[in-house]
Design a protein around this ligand. Structure first.
Ligand SMILES: *Cc1c(COP(=O)(O)O)cnc(C)c1O
Length: 333
C-alpha cells in the first residue's frame, strides 16, 4: 500500500524531538545562479549524519517488541536502523556490500548493531538480509520500498513546504526513491504545482534507467563520489517505482566531474562538509543542465563521507573510483 499524506503526518509525530526540524538555510552563491532563493535543507545535521533516520525511526516504531530487525544498506539506512533499534532495545543486523566506505561501517558498529559485509552489490546485501529473515526471524526494513520509510522521508517535504510555501522547485537526490517519493507526495499535497526533480549520478542510476525502460531494471554498481546513491531499486519494487513515475516532474543525471565540482562549491561557498550524494542538485544547476524556477530547495542528505576522499576533492587532487579517475582541479581555477 502506498503511503498517504496522513501517514506522513503520523511519521512526523513518530520522529518529533529526535529527527525533525533540521535547518533550512539560503545559499547566496547558488541563489545568484538561479536568480532567486536557493535553500539547503540540512539533513547532514541529523544525529546519525543523514536523513535516513526519519524513515528508520518511523519503520522501527512499527516493529513488535522483542523482535529483531535487519536491512541491507549503502550505509546511512543501516545507521538509521541501528540508531532506532538501539533506542527501542531491539537487535539489529545490518547487511552491506564491500563498496560501503569504512566510515559508515564504523558508525553502525558504534551504535551496537551487528554488521555483515557480503559481496560487491546491494543485491547481495539484500539476499543476506532476506536469508536472516528466514533463518533468524528478523524483521526486514527496506531502505526505500517500505511505506513507513517513505512516509518518514516525506516529513522533509512537509517541513520545507510549511516553512517556505512559495518554493517552486525541489531538487531531490535520487537512488531507491524513498526520499523522492515521500518528499514529492508531501510537497504536492501542500502545493500541487511544485516541480520535483530527481537527480542521480550517471554511473549506475537504477531509478533513472528504470523510469526510461518503463519497468525496474538492473544496473551495474560501480564506485561513485555519490556512493549513497548506488544500488538497484529491486526487481520486485512495489512502491517507489510507481510513486516516482507518477509524482516526479523529471529525472536527470550528473557526471562524477560535476559532482566533484559541486562538492567544492558547497564546501567553499557554503562551508558545508557533505557527501557527494547531496550535491547532485547543485551539480545539475552549476553544469547548466537545469535552470530551475526559484525559489529552489534541495536536500543536503548526509555528511557520512570518507574524509580522505573529501580532502582530495576540496584540495583539487585526482580521485580514483574503480577504473575511473576524476581529474583534480583546484576550486576557482
Ligand atoms: C539514501 C540516500 C539518498 C537517496 O535516497 P533514496 O531514498 O534511496 O532515493 C541520498 N543521499 C544520501 C546521503 C542517502 O543516504
Amino acid at each position: 500500500m502506498q503511503p498517504t499524506l496522513a501517514d506522513i503526518h503520523a511519521a512526523a509525530n513518530a520522529i518529533a524531538g529526535v529527527a525533525d526540524a533540521t535547518p533550512l538555510v539560503p545559499s547566496p552563491f547558488m541563489g545568484a545562479r538561479c536568480n532567486g532563493d536557493f535553500l539547503l535543507k540540512l539533513e547532514n545535521m541529523q544525529p546519525i549524519g543523514a536523513f535516513k533516520l526519519r524513515g528508520a525511526l518511523n519503520a522501527v516504531a512499527g516493529v513488535p517488541d522483542a523482535a529483531g530487525v535487519t536491512c541491507c544498506s549503502t550505509g546511512n539506512h543501516g545507521r538509521g536502523v541501528a540508531y532506532a533499534a538501539r533506542q527501542r532495545g531491539l537487535r539489529a543486523v545490518i547487511c552491506m556490500s564491500e563498496l560501503v566506505p569504512q566510515v559508515k561501517v564504523d558508525g553502525i558498529r558504534a551504535l551496537g548493531a551487528e554488521v555483515r559485509i557480503t559481496g560487491r552489490s546491494q543485491d547481495e546485501a539484500l539476499a543476506e538480509s532476506r536469508r536472516l529473515v528466514e533463518a533468524e526471524g528478523l524483521v526486514e526494513i527496506s531502505p526505500f520500498d517500505d511505506p513507513r520509510v517513505i512516509a518518514g522521508q516525506g516529513t522533509i517535504g512537509l517541513e520545507i513546504m510549511s516553512r517556505r510555501p512559495d518554493i517552486e522547485t525541489l531538487l531531490v537526490p535520487l537512488s531507491g526513491g524513498g526520499l523522492a517519493a515521500g518528499v514529492a507526495l508531501a510537497a504536492k499535497a501542500i502545493k500541487p504545482d511544485v516541480r520535483v526533480v530527481g537527480i542521480s549520478m550517471d554511473r549506475g542510476a537504477a531509478m533513472y534507467q528504470s523510469l526510461r525502460a518503463g519497468h525496474p531494471v538492473d544496473v551495474e554498481e560501480v564506485p561513485s563520489l555519490a556512493d549513497s546513491l548506488g544500488g538497484g531499486i529491486g526487481a520486485d519494487n512495489r512502491l517507489t517505482y510507481p510513486m516516482c513515475r507518477d509524482l516526479l516532474d523529471g529525472t536527470m543525471l550528473v557526471t562524477e566531474e560535476e559532482i566533484y565540482h559541486a562538492m567544492q562549491v558547497l564546501y567553499y561557498e557554503d562551508r558545508l562538509v557533505a557527501e557527494g550524494a547531496c550535491v547532485v542538485g547543485l551539480a545539475a544547476v552549476l553544469s547548466g543542465k537545469l535552470a530551475p524556477k526559484p525559489p529552489v530547495a534541495t536536500i543536503v542528505t548526509g555528511r557520512n563521507l570518507d574524509m580522505e576522499v573529501f580532502t582530495r576533492v576540496v584540495t583539487g587532487q585526482d580521485v580514483t573510483l574503480g577504473d575511473k579517475i576524476v581529474k583534480g582541479q583546484a576550486y576557482g581555477t
